[in-house]
Design a protein around this ligand. Sequence first.
Ligand code: SAM
Length: 267
Amino acid sequence: MNKTHLGHTARKRFGQNFLNDTFVIEQIVDAINPQDGENLVEIGPGLGALTDPVCERVNALTVVELDRDLAKRLRHHPFHGSKLTIIEQDALTVDFNELAKPGAPLRVFGNLPYNISTPIMFHLFSHAGSIADMHFMLQKEVVNRLAAAPGNKNYGRLSVMAQYYCKVQPVLNVPPGAFVPPPKVESAVVRLTPHPAPVVEVTDVKMLERVCTMAFNQRRKTIRNSLKDCIDETQLEALGLDATRRAETLSLEDFATIANWVSKHDS
Ligand code: SAM
């Protein structure tokens, strides 16, 4: 399998699968629709598959790249180097709030390294107040989980947390052949738009995450059983929730109701 693209050998530990399909790239950039003057940030620019066409439309772009060799290449890019602000750092350690400017929330995009795409999204969710929207290439299975509704087999912790923070819109499916080297899985692009105001009141987001983790770790069990360490059956019923339901049937509002009660009574 060819792992070398434009003179660079893909590094597995950095999740490097480079986009190499002009039609797919064009569709992604059209979906992002970057405009000059916007506060655009790309995570993992790599060899510039998305960076280059975006720079053809705008005059400034911030990129976050962990691979030192790729950051160096971008710095010396013959056409777009001067438009780029290069942050040579792990995206998980970047304070995205610091990159936002008053009146210029971030528009974040990237073909994410699949090995750490979920931690990167959670890191960005914690900066959601500074972000206007995000467009990410992910494993298709992850996009299905982000977008899943209660009752769907893909519905889980990631669906509840993503939908708490954002509106989730799948944009495009992408086959393995669009990348060098091709990943072993199907891919898809998703648009995540942080809600301008919370869609449900949650007093402690960490507790919402904790309750979701407990409930979905034992997704075949009733919530009476999976959540017994934090709330009992009588209390679930008092909150108007049938204790014989399973996690996969609970809505974001139901999880928020439980998490808010546990936050209040957790000692
Ligand atoms: N955007 C390019 C493309 O579409 O061809 C490359 C995408 S490749 C799937 C992922 C990119 O993220 C690589 O350039 C990789 O070096 C970079 N990367 C991996 N881990 C990273 C991290 N923790 N922080 C920032 N960039 C990272």
